[in-house]
Design a protein around this ligand. Structure first.
Ligand SMILES: [Mg+2]
Length: 355
C-alpha cells in the first residue's frame, strides 16, 4: 500500500504486520511472504488442487451486516469448501485485497484476523498476495492450493443410477441467518416490517446467524470420503441444494429424487419464519434453495452405504434421496406425492441472482 493512506504507513509496514500475524513458518513453505514469489513443496505423488474465489462488497458481503472478521472468514471458507468437496487437503493461500482510502486499518486487521484464524485451524499458510488502494468497493480474491493423493479427487461426474444421495449438517441455516441479520437491522430502524426475533425460536435464529457469519467447511469429511473411496461424486452446497444437485447430475448425466422429509431444514415453523406473511418461504424452501451453507452433497454406491456413519465428527450425515436415470430432479413430499424439483438457488448471471 502506498504511503499517506492512513491505513498502514507503507506497504512494507503492512507486509511486516501480516508476516508477524502469520506467526511461525508453516510446514511445506520454503519461501513465504517477503520475496518476489513464494516457494512451497508438495508431498511425493500428490496432485495439486487449485481454486480461487472473489468476495466483493455489495455482492458477497454487506459491511452493514458482515463484520470484517466474518468477511475474512467467509472469503477463505468458500475455496476451503471447494477443496473439501474434492476430498483434498488445503495447504497454501494467496490473498489479494483492494480497499479504498476510507477503509480503516482496524477493518483490514480484523479481516485478516478472521481469515488467518480459520486458515490455521485447517493448516493453511498464507504465502503471499497483493494489495491495492482503489476508489471502488472492497474487493477480495483468495487463491487456495491444496493437495491430495494422485487420482483420488472426488468429482461431480461419478454419480450412477441407484447411488444414494447424502448431505452433511443442516441446510438453509445460512439463508435464515442472513434473514435474521436483515431483520435485526430493520428493527434498529424506525419500524420493522418483518417483525423482531422473539420467543422460543430465538436459539435457532442465533445458531443461524453464526452459521451465516462463520461457516465451517467440511474438510475432514471430504478427506474421509476420498481416502476410503466411499463417494462416487461430490459437490459443496454453495449456491443452494437444488442448484448444486443440478450441477452434479448434469456432470454425471443422471437424474435425482429427493425425499422432502429427509432434508435437514431449519427447525422453525412457517409461522415462526414469517410472522406477518400469510404466504412466504417455508423452512424447507430455505433448505432446498438457500445458498452458502458450505455443506457437502455426495453420492454413495448402495454396496458401501452401510459404511457411511450417521454422523462424522459430530456433523450429521443424512440420506436425502437417490440417483436415477433420466436427466431430471424430483421432490417426494411427506404424502408420497412426487413433483419436479427445479434449481432455485443462486446464479450471478440471473437478474436478482435467483430463478
Ligand atoms: Mg463448489
Amino acid at each position: 500500500m502506498r504511503t499517506r493512506t492512513g491505513l498502514f504507513r507503507s506497504e512494507t509496514e503492512f507486509v511486516k504486520w501480516l508476516s508477524a500475524r502469520m506467526g511461525a513458518k508453516a510446514a511445506g513453505v520454503r519461501i513465504g511472504i517477503g520475496d518476489d514469489a513464494a516457494v512451497a513443496k508438495l508431498a511425493r505423488g500428490a496432485d495439486l488442487i487449485v481454486k480461487t474465489d472473489m468476495s466483493l462488497e455489495g455482492v458477497h458481503f454487506d459491511p452493514g451486516l458482515h463484520p470484517a472478521r466474518s468477511v475474512g472468514h467467509r472469503a477463505l471458507a468458500r475455496p476451503l469448501s471447494d477443496i473439501a468437496a474434492m476430498g483434498g487437503k488445503p495447504r497454501f493461500a494467496l490473498i489479494s485485497l483492494a480497499v479504498s482510502r476510507s477503509t480503516s486499518r482496524r477493518w483490514i486487521e480484523e479481516f485478516f484476523h478472521g481469515l488467518v484464524r480459520l486458515g490455521k485451524r485447517f493448516g493453511v499458510a498464507v504465502v503471499g498476495g497483493d494489495t491495492a488502494i482503489a476508489s471502488g468497493p472492497i474487493f477480495v480474491d483468495v487463491a487456495l492450493m491444496g493437495e491430495m493423493k494422485r487420482g483420488e479427487a472426488l468429482l461431480r461426474s461419478g454419480a450412477r443410477p441407484r447411488d444414494l444421495i447424502y448431505v452433511s449438517g443442516r441446510l438453509g441455516l445460512s439463508g435464515l441467518g442472513l434473514e435474521a441479520l436483515q431483520r435485526k437491522r430493520a428493527v434498529k430502524g424506525v419500524r420493522s416490517r418483518r417483525g423482531p426475533l422473539v420467543g422460543s425460536e430465538s436459539d435457532e435464529w442465533a445458531h443461524a446467524i453464526e452459521a451465516h457469519l462463520y461457516p465451517e467447511p467440511r474438510v475432514a469429511l471430504g478427506r474421509f470420503l476420498a481416502e476410503n473411496h466411499l463417494a462416487s461424486a461430490a459437490i459443496d452446497v454453495s449456491d443452494g441444494l437444488s442448484t448444486d444437485l443440478e450441477h452434479l447430475i448434469e456432470a454425471s448425466n443422471v437424474g435425482a429424487r429427493i425425499w422432502a422429509n429427509q432434508v435437514p431444514a431449519p427447525s422453525l415453523s412457517r409461522q415462526q419464519l414469517n410472522p406477518d406473511a400469510r404466504r412466504g418461504p417455508a423452512p424447507l424452501h430455505l433448505a432446498l434453495h438457500g445458498g452458502e451453507d458450505y455443506e457437502l452433497l455426495f453420492t454413495v454406491p448402495a454396496r458401501v452405504a452401510a459404511r457411511i456413519p450417521p454422523a462424522f465428527r459430530g456433523v450429521p450425515l443424512r440420506r436425502i434421496g437417490e440417483i436415477r436415470r433420466g436427466r431430471w430432479m424430483t421432490l417426494v413430499n411427506a404424502e408420497g406425492h412426487e413433483a419436479p424439483l427445479r434449481a432455485g438457488g443462486f446464479d450471478h448471471f440471473l437478474r436478482g441472482g435467483r430463478r
